[in-house]
Design a protein around this ligand. Structure first.
Ligand SMILES: Cc1cc2nc3c(=O)[nH]c(=O)nc-3n(C[C@H](O)[C@H](O)[C@H](O)COP(=O)(O)O)c2cc1C
Length: 181
């Protein structure tokens, strides 16, 4: 009897822990992340790339976006980088190319990215999409592409990276070095 009660108690604690963890992840994942626009390689000679991304829970999206930016800088692009939030600039006239980075959540790009895409008008400029996901991210990339086209962006390249993919950062770096207008 005592053993049964102990097992029940253990089960209740485990389930409560799982719900609490899920709640914390969801809360962390949905919070607004505002960062000032940061300039990297200010003297870059190729032109300016505007990077908007969503830093996620594991840091994978940010690592991939940063590797891509290192590739851009190796090719001497000037880069301005910030996060997707209500504060993200919507005037993109000063930029040659736009790069958008987002994790997949519930089969779609992060809501902060979709909200940004609903507010911005890219005026036909070239946009590179960087999507990270646990799965293959195909459906999510479809949403990402459609939302970018609706924002009057011309999708130049679509890059998908899977969590735990071997060599993902190297692939992102190489893709960054290959960007051309
Ligand atoms: C709340 C939440 C929902 C997620 N939903 C999906 C999903 O529907 N499909 C998928 O492939 N990955 C999904 N993932 C995995 C993330 O896309 C992946 O871990 C992420 O791209 C890693 O980058 P980040 O930690 O920087 O966000 C989800 C992750 C979280 C936290």
């Amino acid at each position: 009897m005592r053993k049964r009660r102990f097992c029940m108690l253990l089960l209740v604690i485990t389930i409560t822990g799982l719900f609490a963890t899920a709640g914390i992840v969801l809360a962390l994942n949905s919070r607004e992340i505002v960062r000032a626009v940061e300039v990297r390689n200010p003297t870059g000679s190729k032109g300016t790339v505007f990077v908007v991304f969503r830093p996620g829970v594991t840091g994978f999206n940010e690592d991939i976006v940063n590797a891509f930016i290192r590739g851009l800088i190796a090719s001497d692009w000037r880069v301005e980088v910030t996060t997707s939030s209500q504060q993200t600039p919507t005037n993109v006239t000063a930029y040659n190319i736009i790069v958008l980075g987002t994790p997949t959540n519930g089969g779609k790009p992060h809501q902060s990215m979709l909200d940004y895409l609903a507010r911005v008008n890219f005026g036909g400029k070239s946009v590179i999409l960087i999507l990270t996901s646990g799965g293959d991210g195909l459906d999510s990339m479809g949403y990402f592409r459609d939302a970018t086209i609706n924002a009057n962006g011309t999708v130049l390249t679509e890059l998908r990276f899977q969590l735990f993919e071997a060599g993902a950062a190297d692939r992102a770096y190489t893709a960054g070095t290959e960007v051309a207008v």
